[in-house]
Design a protein around this ligand. Sequence first.
Ligand code: AMP
Length: 115
Amino acid sequence: MADSVFTRIINRELPSEIIYEDEHCIAIRDIAPKAPVHLLIIPRKPIAKLSDASGEDLALLGHLMLAASAVARQAGVEDAFRVIVNNGAGAGQTVFHLHLHLLAGKQFSESQLGF
Ligand code: AMP
């Protein structure tokens, strides 16, 4: 399988403003933001989609949630943000390298789960 666009960003083969990174993940701004704050938290491990994760990824998945919280704090939106994972093309996934969308800076209605 060819490297995903996110692996190429992680490897610095493609330009991107990396706003957070640690040993397990990076965070970048989404290139086509759907909210005033739209960030992506991306594991360095190239898991194609959430349903491909297994028990060995337990700590990594928890780490991504904590990283999302840290990134929200860094962006000053820790009081109101939404985290979304699209799993599979039918759910709108377009980049097959697991990532969390972090959206903030607008009012989300209770019933509106998408973006
Ligand atoms: P998904 O549709 O859940 O797979 O989300 C993929 C997201 O990656 C989309 O919101 C795209 O706008 C975003 N995206 C694709 N390429 C890049 C890139 N080079 N830099 C930042 N965001 C990107």
